[in-house]
Ligand binder design. Structure first.
Ligand code: PGA
Length: 241
C-alpha cells in the first residue's frame, strides 16, 4: 500500500486528480471506475480544471460508475447518473459511448447488473478504481457482510447508509432501500485502486480498514490484499496512522 497524507481536503482532491491524470496521460483509453458522494467532488473539479487548461483529453477514456439507486432513472436529480453529469460528464470531452452507468430505471435490476458486469469484462476490466469509504466501512454499496466473491448485484442498503445519504435528497423524498453495485470481486479485479478519505469522521474506520483484521464486517478491509493500492488521506482522516 502506498499512503499519501496531505494537509487538507483540497490537497487530497488535487493529489487524487494528479494520479488519475497520470494514468490518462500514459493510457489514453484508460478504464476508470468512478465513485460518487462527498469525497470525490473536489477531485472531479480538479480534473475539470486540468481539462479546461488543455492538459487532459478524455476523448478516449472509458468510465464505469460504481453504483446506482434502484428506481432512480438517469434524469432523476438524486440519481448517481445525474451527480456524474453535474460534476464530470457534462464538463469534459468524454464521449457518450464511453460512459457506462447502471440504469436505475431498468425493468429488471438483476439483469441490468449482469449486463453491466459483462460489459465491464468485455472492455478488459478497470485500470483504476477510485473509491471513497463509508462510515460503516462500505465500498460502493457493498455493506458490511458483503461476500468477498460478490460481483455486480442488487443489494439492500443499511439504515446507516440511507440516513447518511438522506441529506442529499429533497425533503420528503425517501432514499431508496435497494441499489445496484459493483461487487467486492469486481472492485478487487481493478489493476489499481485509489482510496480517498478526508475529515475526522473517517479517521477511525479508515484506520480499522487498513490496519485491522481483514473481515467481511468491514468491506474496505479487503483492500489490504490488493497488490496496487494507493491511499490519499487528509491530515484529519489520517489522524490514527
Ligand atoms: P462520502 O461517502 O464520500 O459521501 O463520505 C463515501 C461512501 O459512502 O463511499
Amino acid at each position: 500500500m502506498k499512503l499519501y497524507t496531505v494537509d487538507s481536503p483540497v490537497a487530497m482532491s488535487r493529489k487524487a486528480a494528479l494520479l488519475v491524470a497520470r494514468l490518462i496521460v500514459t493510457k489514453e483509453n484508460a478504464v476508470l471506475g468512478l465513485p460518487t458522494g462527498e469525497t470525490p467532488n473536489g477531485m472531479y473539479e480538479a480534473l475539470v480544471q486540468m481539462h479546461d487548461a488543455g492538459l487532459l483529453d478524455f476523448s478516449h477514456v472509458r468510465t464505469f460508475n460504481l453504483d446506482e439507486y434502484v428506481g432512480l432513472g438517469s434524469n432523476d436529480p438524486n440519481s448517481y447518473h445525474c451527480y456524474m453529469s453535474r460534476y464530470l460528464f457534462s464538463k469534459v470531452n468524454l464521449s457518450a459511448v464511453n460512459i457506462h452507468t447502471l440504469n436505475g430505471a431498468a425493468t429488471s435490476p438483476e439483469q441490468e447488473c449482469e449486463r453491466y458486469e459483462a460489459q465491464l469484462r468485455a472492455q478488459g476490466g478497470t485500470d483504476l478504481q477510485i473509491l471513497g469509504i463509508g462510515s460503516n466501512g462500505h465500498i460502493a454499496f457493498n455493506e458490511p457482510g458483503s461476500n468477498w466473491g460478490s460481483i455486480t448485484r442488487v443489494v439492500n442498503l443499511s439504515g446507516v447508509t440511507r440516513q447518511r445519504n438522506s441529506v442529499h435528497f429533497a425533503k420528503g423524498t425517501d432514499v431508496p432501500s435497494t441499489a445496484m453495485t459493483m461487487g467486492i470481486k469486481t472492485i478487487m479485479n481493478a489493476r489499481e485502486i485509489l482510496l480517498l478519505a478526508y475529515g475526522s469522521d473517517k479517521a477511525d474506520i479508515t484506520y480499522q480498514a487498513l490496519n485491522g483484521p481483514i473481515t467481511e464486517r468491514i468491506p474496505a478491509s479487503i483492500l489490504q490484499l490488493h497488490p496496487a493500492l494507493t491511499v490519499v488521506l487528509d491530515a484529519e482522516a489520517a489522524r490514527l496512522f
